[in-house]
Design a protein around this ligand. Structure first.
Ligand code: BG6
Length: 503
């Protein structure tokens, strides 16, 4: 396979957690599979004082160990460099620019460069401005400069627009890669392929045959050491505004004219623009928010959200949200989409379920009200499950539901790149398809902002406490049950000694 063009990858925030846990391990994996350019360097930039050697040792903790790959690890390490900046001011960037130029000349990387902002969002503006002052964003005829930024892309519609304006003053939109790691997941990309490469699904994929759609991203962990960030964010901003809406975009979009990046991203934008904006008075009935409270499960006592480090004792931040929404367009008119996500749930499961309409009349015993389901298992146990009705062997015509189940793990021997590997490689190759575009991010915010505003304006909208280790507040069951439906994992299955409450 052809190797990508030579380049330097500059990582800002290089002493941070993201670099250690995600970026360096992903780059190392790409190196292991011989997918990185012939000549490349990784230049870590941060405010911590470190030598090249210390940086290499520090970031190399999560790349796996073992005698066999020691030689490879040593070779990879030689590509890692570090520069310490006092701050992200233009004065400091003169030194950075000089260092980059000398690396470029030494390695003959042709002036190609990726700037990866792995810093807290507060630093984005200074970094981009300073890159601009040093003219480090300019591309020549034969070289390129790209900017990768990590979420959050703003924490409101206004701030997202402002961020886009600021980025676009220095970089062109097609140089900006907004990373949403959900789009890097194999199973998320497979939604696109399943829809548009199978004659059997596409004719059914609309309001005539789809009854409703359910998207769940449940996490069993709490917020860990991220209380400071999370308490300002909450589940709606942290998971729905980006990851869940991106999955929804893939499920709901029209076929693009080709798989060209802009064609694919244009179609997703149209979905986001068709999301029905909620009126303030509808928020309480269409959005259920919750926060986990302490629970004793077996012998284990699990702390509540308000007891977590970095969280306000009276915090009203939601760790769970369930939404009923509609897409007002030709394909999806009237089909409810149910989205939910939460921390401290009984299991870590991310999946999308397409529930098809029932037959017009039930002929057989046992099939009353049963809907065929296509379950797209995003993680774990990646795969796809089709639930259909079959005859129970023996006398009469009794019907039971059976599973046609495919697991990705059955594709043994296939190298499946992790989300960050895939996305980094795409950025190196200049493919923006799996990155969020500025207008799409704003369109998502346009849907989210009225919910945030209503919560702020009407403090009477309830925040429900759900015991850690359960499927969220029981009121989320009501959200879906009013249409005579149930979640695939209903909430009213209490485990442990905790109880539901209002906060
Ligand atoms: C991140 C959120 O973007 O996604 C985290 O900030 C969340 O709060 C994580 O835990 C979930 O990602 P994944 O890949 O584990 O589903």
């Amino acid at each position: 396979m052809e190797k990508p063009e030579n380049c330097i990858i500059v990582i800002f925030g290089a002493s941070g957690d993201l670099t250690k846990r995600k970026l360096i391990p992903a780059l190392y994996k790409l190196f292991e599979h011989d997918l990185l350019p012939e000549r490349f360097a990784i230049l870590g930039v941060a405010r911590t004082e470190l030598t090249d050697k210390k940086f290499r040792d520090a970031v190399f903790q999560f790349t796996g160990s073992g005698e066999s790959n020691n030689e490879l690890r040593e070779r990879f390490k030689r590509h890692l460099n570090y520069i310490h900046l006092k701050d992200y001011s233009p004065a400091e960037f003169a030194g950075l620019n000089k260092k980059l130029k000398s690396l470029d000349a030494e390695l003959e990387t042709g002036g190609n460069c990726i700037y990866y902002l792995a810093t807290p969002p507060g630093a984005f503006e200074d970094i981009v401005l300073s890159l601009g002052v040093e003219k480090m964003q300019f591309q020549g005829e034969n070289n390129w400069k790209r900017l990768i930024i990590e979420k959050p892309f703003g924490n409101s519609l206004e701030s997202a627009k402002e961020l886009n304006r600021r980025l676009c003053r220095i970089f062109n939109e097609n140089q900006i890669y907004r990373i949403d790691h959900y789009l890097g997941k194999e199973t998320v990309q497979n939604i696109f392929v399943t829809r548009f490469s199978n004659g059997i699904f596409e004719p059914l994929w609309n309001r005539n045959y789809v009854h409703h759609v359910e998207i769940t991203a449940a996490e069993s962990e709490g917020i860990g050491s991220r209380g400071g960030y999370y308490d300002q964010s909450g589940a709606l901003r942290d998971m729905v505004q980006n990851h869940l809406l991106q999955v929804l975009g893939l499920i709901a979009k029209e076929p693009p004219s080709s798989i060209r990046s802009e064609a694919v991203r244009d179609e997703k934008l149209k979905v986001f623009e068709s999301l029905r904006i909620m009126k303030p008075e509808d928020v309480e009935s269409h959005v259920i928010r919750g926060q986990y409270v302490a629970n004793k499960i077996g012998r284990e006592i699990v702390a509540g959200y308000r007891e977590e480090m970095g969280v306000e004792r009276e915090s009203h931040t939601e760790t769970y949200v369930a939404i009923k929404l509609f897409i007002d367009n030709w394909r999806w008119g009237g089909v409810p989409f149910y989205l939910r996500t939460g921390k401290r749930m009984p299991a870590a499961v991310t999946e999308a379920v397409i529930h098809f309409r029932p037959t017009p009349h039930s002929l057989f015993r046992g099939m009353d009200g049963s809907l065929n389901q296509l379950v797209i298992r995003i993680q774990p146990d990646e795969g796809m499950l089709l639930k259909i009705s079959m005859k129970v062997p023996g006398r009469g015509y009794n019907v039971q539901e059976i599973n046609m189940d495919f697991h990705y793990s059955e594709l043994a021997g296939q190298y499946v790149p992790g989300a960050y590997e895939r996305l980094l490689l795409d950025a190196i190759e200049g493919d923006t398809t799996l990155y969020a575009r500025g207008d799409a991010v704003e369109a998502c915010w346009n849907f989210i902002q009225p919910i945030v505003d209503a919560w702020q304006k009407y403090p009477g909208i309830k925040l429900f406490g759900y015991p850690a280790g359960t499927w969220g507040p029981e009121n989320a069951d009501d959200l879906i049950e009013e249409s005579g439906l149930t979640w695939r994992y209903p909430c009213r299955n209490l485990s442990g000694e905790g109880s539901y409450c209002e906060l």
